[in-house]
Design a protein around this ligand. Structure first.
Ligand SMILES: Cc1ncc(COP(=O)(O)O)c(C=O)c1O
Length: 403
């Protein structure tokens, strides 16, 4: 494989993602629907290849924006796709054209969808499936829980709208025996009971993200919405190991240059690292533009030839330096593991998140942005998905598994 584009590679084991979904299936039972969340480019793993690999295993896929759903459709994904983040209206015709299911956050938005469906050329009988979001405490999108039952009833009266689902999102489901999660659940259940009382039956009720899947079975309802779990990570340390997960991602690069420095020599911008004694320092082509945040300067560790190497000096935009003094026979072109599972080494996502003062979700999204993604399925590299000429940020050679 050519390294013409970028030597930094994100290797993604699609079979690991599938194995993680199978574990979720085991936990929530065979009849409950699973809608993995592949928004934000599948948390940095590449939406189309991930969706292709898991489509036949799940009942639906969840994205945040209409363009993400359109991208999946253009990539050949045929299963139901729920756009959870909604729309301001102008992209609705595109959503309808691509048969996307839309989350609805209030009556006005539902009315816009109803109107767009009527206006769609030649499709006066067109029904658009929607899932209504209720805000039970997330404080983000959705109908406030106090008025939810009334507003849902009004939305159901709109023409060309089929209310297929009703859902809510949990704010603190990663916490153990959490009162606020229980309160959100109670509010949701109250709304569902009120809808039933009014003879309003909505087929798909859903609420559970990764934290809730692992520890609040009462939140599973008809469908669960795992994001982080399918990418092999647990939403909180106390949840590690509740189900066995495989970490599908390894981010690696290669050494560009090695220099011998003397005591007193300094490394990188701001001279934040001064050699106290002679050191061998290697430059690697990965920087903060690749997701390797500047706050990891002088703190993160990577792995070379099976040994740990410390990042020294300030991380630059496209480069950083590592101390390879104690690594025998190290040479230019050697593989450097930045991020990986325990076997591969490098830093774990959790460790980087800790260094960066953030959560693993953000680390995944940042690393996925620029690296050249290479997909493996049962150890095999798949066929080329994109034209080699199609390069630029977030492009490069992308492989998908054989279908
Ligand atoms: C509405 C909704 N459901 C489910 C998820 C998946 O969450 P998690 O990655 O914690 O499983 C998200 C992600 O943020 C979301 O916004």
């Amino acid at each position: 494989m050519t390294s013409f584009y970028r030597p930094t590679i994100a290797e993604i084991h699609l079979d690991a993602i599938r194995a993680n979904i199978s574990q979720i299936r085991k936990m929530v039972g065979p009849t409950r629907k699973i809608m993995p969340i592949v928004k934000s480019n599948a948390y940095g793993h590449g939406a189309i290849p991930v969706a292709r690999a898991i489509e036949s295993q799940v009942e639906a896929l969840g994205v945040a924006f209409i363009y993400e759903g359109v991208e999946l459709r253009r990539g050949g994904i045929r299963c139901p796709i729920l756009v959870m983040g909604g729309s301001l209206g102008d992209d609705l015709p595109l959503a309808l054209e691509h048969e996307l299911t839309l989350a609805v956050r209030d009556w006005q938005q539902a009315a816009l969808i109803s109107q767009a469906a009527r206006q769609q050329a030649g499709r006066e009988d067109r029904m658009v499936k929607v899932h209504i979001e209720v805000d039970t405490g997330m404080g983000r999108l959705g109908i406030p829980f106090r008025q939810a039952a009334d507003e849902i009833a009004r939305i159901r009266e709109l023409a060309n709208i089929e209310v297929e689902g009703v859902f809510s999102h949990l704010a603190t489901s990663e916490r153990r025996q959490d009162n606020f999660t229980l309160l959100q659940l109670e509010r949701f259940r109250t709304i569902l009971a009120e809808l039933e009382r009014r003879n309003i039956h909505i087929p798909i009720k859903h609420m559970a993200n990764s934290g809730a899947i692992l520890q609040y079975p009462e939140s599973w309802f008809d469908m669960v919405r795992p994001g982080l779990l399918i990418y092999g990570l647990y939403p909180a340390p106390h949840l590690a190991g509740v189900i066995p997960l495989r970490f599908p991602l390894t981010v690696k690069t290669r050494i560009m240059q090695i220099h011998q420095f003397e005591a007193g020599d300094s490394i990188s911008y701001g001279r934040t690292f001064i050699c106290q004694e002679p050191r061998r320092i290697a430059a690697i082509p990965v920087g903060y533009a690749d997701g390797f945040s500047r706050v990891c300067s002088n703190r993160a560790e990577v792995k070379v030839r099976g040994r740990k190497a410390q990042v020294v000096g300030t991380i630059c935009m496209d480069m950083c330096m590592i101390d390879v003094t104690d690594i025998p026979q190290v040479q230019v072109g050697d593989e450097v593991i930045l991020l990986g599972d325990q076997e591969e080494g490098g830093a774990s996502v959790e460790r980087l998140a800790e260094l960066m003062g953030t959560i693993s979700y953000e680390v995944l999204c940042s690393f996925g942005r620029r690296a050249r993604r290479v997909y493996l399925d049962r150890g095999e590299v798949g066929e080329a998905l994109r034209d080699e000429k199609d390069f630029g940020e977030n492009r490069g050679t992308v492989f998908s598994p054989a279908r």
